[in-house]
Design a protein around this ligand. Structure first.
Ligand code: TYM
Length: 329
């Protein structure tokens, strides 16, 4: 059976890009494969400096993962810091990737530039090594992610191949899987930049917990393009194309087909808003219900952790044996 692994950071609220680019596919995947999904709090620590924030965000994110439809009976949802094997294999991965390779990561360049005036941790730089550990620990064949994570999956492949070459066949080589539509949801105010929770201004970001009124307002104010033609053309019409892609992804059609039904920008905006509201309202109701019972949420997390730990510890042991640490053979 195909093994799937993908993770999300507990930094800020989950947005429409996370949902259409990743979470929705995780849910679809759980009926076809053996799926592992991590809340990667150690990754979030690269940009977190206040006590208590990570724990609270992690619990809320767990509720959101179950609310979007991950079924704790078949999907393994775990918390990264609870599985010590991640940090242990993370170090080994750091020793298997070069400084040059890490320097070429566009996410590091973007994030460190944005944090220019703040503390740029070494963890932000070595982040892809920990991400590689997350993936290979679970023998993942497929990693369902948004487009922005492609480079991180590529470097994971390079690291795993190098390790296998140095120490013998140990890790499965994973591949990235991105959705046909929704792989790159753009900011409604700046349709040439991806929708992201790290921006200062979130008027172009749709959060999964936004009220219908907030969603309508954000779509109404979405930046469009200079002429008034509704066509899907990412290069020439980034604003309209983003709306078409969101509408298509939310109603299971293609952006080209969605374009055929609209001649006016205003109609396209309100249809997109309504489609997103309809898609999110059952998720919001489920989320509220799940967060009311924190003890049950903790139980589900521990259940996922136990399953994750069993797989991760076996892989780490295999890696230790391949390296030939004293006493491992
Ligand atoms: P994170 O937490 O930033 O995002 C979680 C998932 O959401 C996708 N995504 C998007 N998809 C489409 N359009 C967007 N605007 C958009 N923004 C975010 C991301 O591609 C991702 O799939 N480094 C990862 C977390 C990670 C991970 C892993 C992922 C750590 N270890 C192992 C996969 C496997 C990250 O920061 O994702």
């Amino acid at each position: 059976m195909t093994r799937v692994l993908s993770c999300i950071q507990p930094t800020g609220e989950v947005h429409l890009g996370n949902y259409l680019g990743a979470l929705r596919n995780w849910v679809i995947g759980q009926d076809k494969a053996d799926v592992f999904h991590g809340i990667v709090d150690l990754h979030a620590l690269t940009v977190t400096e206040k006590p208590g924030v990570l724990g609270a965000n992690t619990l809320q994110l767990a509720a959101m993962l179950f609310a979007v439809g991950l079924d704790p009976d078949i999907a393994t949802v775990f918390v990264q810091s609870h599985i010590v094997e991640h940090s242990q294999l993370g170090w080994i991965m750091e020793c298997t990737v070069s400084f040059g390779e890490l320097s070429r990561m566009t996410q590091f360049k973007d994030k460190s530039a944005k944090r220019e005036a703040e503390f740029v941790s070494a963890g932000l730089f070595t982040y892809p090594a920990l991400q590689a550990a997350d993936i290979v620990l679970y023998d993942a064949n497929e990693v369902p992610v948004g487009d922005d994570q492609r480079q991180h999956i590529e470097i994971t492949r390079d690291i795993a191949i190098r390790f296998n070459h140095r120490f013998g066949e140990t890790f499965v080589i994973p591949k990235a899987v991105t959705p046909a539509s929704g792989a790159r949801v753009m900011d409604l105010q700046n349709p040439t930049a991806k929708m992201s929770k790290s921006g200062d201004d979130d008027s172009g970001v749709i959060y999964l917990l936004d009220t219908p009124a907030a969603i309508e307002k954000k779509f109404k104010r979405a930046v469009t393009d200079s002429d008034s033609e509704v066509v899907f053309d990412r290069e020439r019409k980034p604003g309209i194309s983003n709306l078409l892609e969101i509408l298509a992804a939310s109603t299971n059609t293609t952006p080209q087909k969605a374009a055929e039904s609209y001649t006016r920008y205003g109609d396209l905006k309100s249809a997109s808003a309504q489609a997103v509201i309809a898609m999110l309202s059952p998720i919001q109701a489920k989320y509220d219900e799940l967060l009311r019972d924190k003890a049950e949420l903790m139980r589900l997390i521990h259940k996922g952790n136990d399953r994750a730990r069993a797989v991760a510890s076996a892989t780490l042991e295999r890696a230790h044996k391949s390296i030939g640490f004293l006493g491992c053979n």
